[in-house]
Design a protein around this ligand. Structure first.
Ligand SMILES: [Zn+2]
Length: 223
């Protein structure tokens, strides 16, 4: 076969075959129980250009960051990178002043302190953007919560409660605005139909660029 890597085959009660390239650049083929293996092999071969492109795209994504919270490491805030410095004799446990300044006595709690700072900032900034977008579009919402969701940037309940992950505050403002418009549009459309995307476009015309950025860079939005 012409694929460079073997693929994982998952058979289920589904009725169609689907190919997917995962975040770690491996190929997954989902197929009905009864599809002959030879048919699947042929399909994979026929789709080889698409598969190679998808794998290349995944491999081009920036690698997820791993921090050990030492001086000189970088952390994102509103799409910009700021250095962490560990300092003695600071009166605050963690201070943000063009850099993250952590009291040396708090080294063990660096992660928690950063997360609580990010949550606070997320609440402030995202509330501001939601209010602005809501007023402008005339779509009202009930409440707003900052969550610890890992993979979901935002969600919207059937009763109009909006949730956003604190991690979103690491993304550029344009990306935050896209996620805000996306969730507000869900108040009117509970699906991802064409009408839904049209609504998003009215609220945030340049959403496609932000959406692409998020797909490509979401691995970097972590601490
Ligand atoms: Zn959605």
């Amino acid at each position: 076969m012409a694929t460079s890597k073997p693929y994982k085959l998952i058979r289920s009660k589904r009725r169609t075959i689907a190919l997917a390239v995962t975040a770690d650049a491996s190929l997954i083929v989902r197929a009905p129980m009864s599809t002959p293996l030879s048919y699947i092999e042929k399909l994979v071969e026929a789709k080889i250009d698409w598969i190679r492109k998808a794998i290349k795209r995944v491999n081009m994504r920036p690698r997820p960051v791993v921090h050990d919270y030492t001086t000189g490491e970088s952390f994102l805030y509103l799409g910009k990178s700021y250095k962490l410095s560990i300092a003695k004799n600071t009166d605050k446990k963690l201070l943000f002043k063009g850099a993250f300044i952590l009291n040396s006595k708090e080294k063990k709690h660096a992660r928690e302190l950063l997360i609580s700072w990010y949550k606070q900032e997320a609440k402030k900034k995202i509330s501001e953007r939601v209010d602005w977008c809501s007023r402008r579009s005339g779509v009202s919402y009930k409440s707003l919560k900052i969550t610890t969701a890992n993979k979901r940037w935002g969600s919207c309940s059937t009763t109009g409660n909006l949730n956003f992950s604190w991690r979103l505050i690491m993304a550029p403002l344009s990306v935050i605005d896209y996620v805000v418009a996306h969730e507000l549009a869900h108040i009117e459309y509970k699906n991802h139909s064409k009408d839904f995307w049209n609504r998003v476009k009215v609220m945030y015309p340049n959403y496609e660029k932000a959406k692409g950025w998020l797909r490509q860079n979401e691995g970097t939005l972590n601490i």
